[in-house]
Design a protein around this ligand. Structure first.
Ligand code: ARG
Length: 462
């Protein structure tokens, strides 16, 4: 059976079923049914207000479309997957129900500006729950950071123990990333918050449309300014995919740390059984599959971004059918990020933090060496000299199987006469962390300040 089409008339024979199958987008664009109907209701109301169609026709269109939506939502009718796309299905269904008035709906409109509108409206709606999920994650991180404001752990560079930080500080680093992600989603949303209706197929229309009225009634902040650009711009889709790719970059870095931390080598955290998996052969295994999948799914979302960039690259103005490929990539990106967050948030929320293991790791990697050098600087030595002496002390400790905490004072003094009993206080882990109280630092007081700041931002974000 041939597909339901809006463009019969010019053709002398039926399209091949392969053409129909290949051309059809209803299997994925039916997701935009609500937005398609909302756009059509706004368009029809404007047509009537401009005297282009009668008020009676507009009323019939509006109630016809509302009924169709209600029937779809209640399951009374199914979207006909034999339609070419969602626009075709809705218009055909409307005309079947209300007759000629339905045929007047598409006056001064093309599917090219229609789909550009639908996609914008649909994404605008999708961003809302996604943003909320990111906010939820940030809130969970704040809660944990508050609890672990003074939990000492090693900070790393090159994945080598570097300097002592607090677990709360580490968690709050991620809140900064996720806040920027929200900012990027918001920026992209602002730019795409315009109506392309009135662009027509590419060259606008001869009807006296009131484009602003349509935009206003759809809750959009304005209209596009060039009809060619209005139908052929998909920057907004790419921007959204890019913003979501960065969410995945951050989630995947976090996932990688969760995977490391939950290993026997680190043992900084233990994932809850409810958010771990086992092995079919190794009875002892408890695997961080959620974190691994999130890390892996980042590849999917980057792929979606790449697909969108590649589809748009080199396309001549204005609309080209290539652009139908935008939806699957974009929807997949949204679905994937949202699914990742749905699993990631409770995994983080329920994980058990093991502060004693974090502290033990911090105590055995010379991560207070910088503080030892800073101690000598405090006694008047230039930093470079202090650095060198401390380096020799570390080498001595390694040779003697000791740490800076356990190295006897006489050994310190052999290398530099400026060392005194107070060196042991200066290099104690708590002291090392407490002293790092410069703005943005890991000291417990700073972490609590960061938590307060981020919570304040969250309030206005939600
Ligand atoms: N399904 C099409 C898409 O998603 C709708 C626009 C069709 N326009 C056209 N000229 N064939 O891009």
């Amino acid at each position: 059976m041939s597909f339901m089409k809006l463009w019969t008339g010019r053709f002398s024979k039926q399209t091949d079923s392969v053409t129909d199958d290949f051309n059809s987008s209803i299997s994925f664009d039916s997701r935009m049914v609500r937005e398609d109907i909302a756009g059509s209701i706004a368009h029809a109301a404007m047509l009537a207000n401009q005297g282009i169609i009668s008020q009676n026709d507009a009323k019939a269109i509006q109630s016809g479309l509302s009924d169709i939506l209600a029937d779809i939502e209640s399951g009374k009718i199914l979207i006909d997957m034999k339609s070419e796309d969602i626009h075709t299905f809705i218009e055909s269904e409307l005309t079947a129900r209300i007759g000629d008035a339905g045929k007047r709906l598409h006056t001064g409109r093309s599917r090219n500006d229609q789909v550009a509108l639908d996609l914008r409206l649909y994404i605008k709606n999708l961003v809302v729950p996604l943003r909320r999920q990111i906010c939820d994650l940030i809130a969970v991180l704040c809660e944990m950071a508050e609890k672990h404001a003074s939990t000492v752990m090693p900070g790393y560079t090159h994945l080598q123990r570097a300097q002592p930080i607090t677990f709360g500080h580490h968690l709050m680093a991620y809140t900064e990333m996720f806040l920027r992600d929200i900012g990027r989603l918001d920026d992209a949303t602002k730019r795409m918050d315009v109506s392309p209706l009135g662009s027509g197929a590419l060259a606008s229309t001869t009807y006296p449309l009131d484009r602003d009225a349509v935009a206003h009634s759809l809750g959009l902040s304005g209209v596009t300014h060039n009809s060619l650009d209005g139908v052929s711009d998909r920057d907004f889709a790419i921007e959204m995919a890019a913003a979501m790719s960065l969410v995945m970059v951050h989630l995947s870095r976090f996932s990688e740390e969760i995977i490391l931390w939950s290993s026997w080598e680190f043992r900084f955290i233990e994932l809850d059984d409810a958010f771990s998996t086992g092995s079919s052969i190794m009875p002892q295994k408890k695997n961080p599959d959620i974190a691994e999948l999130v890390r892996g799914k980042s590849g999917r979302v980057f792929g979606d971004l790449m697909a969108l960039l590649t589809v748009m690259k080199g396309l001549p103005l204005a609309y080209n059918k290539d652009m139908q490929e935008d939806k699957e990539a974009l929807f997949d990106a949204f679905d994937t990020v949202s699914m990742c967050l749905t699993a990631f948030i409770p995994m983080i929320k329920t994980m058990r933090v093991l502060p004693q293991n974090m502290r033990a790791a911090a105590a055995s990697g010379f991560i207070n060496a910088t503080d030892c050098a800073d101690y000598l600087v405090g006694k008047g030595l230039p930093f470079r000299d202090a650095y060198k002496i401390t380096g020799s002390l570390v080498a001595l400790c390694i040779e003697m199987g000791l740490t800076l905490e356990t190295l006897p004072l006489n050994q310190y003094r052999r290398l530099c006469g400026l060392f005194d009993e107070d060196i042991y206080d200066a290099i104690s882990l708590d002291e090392c962390v407490n002293k790092r109280c410069v703005y943005g630092g890991p000291a417990p007081g700073n972490v609590l300040m960061q938590v307060r700041r981020v919570r304040e931002i969250l309030k206005s974000c939600r």
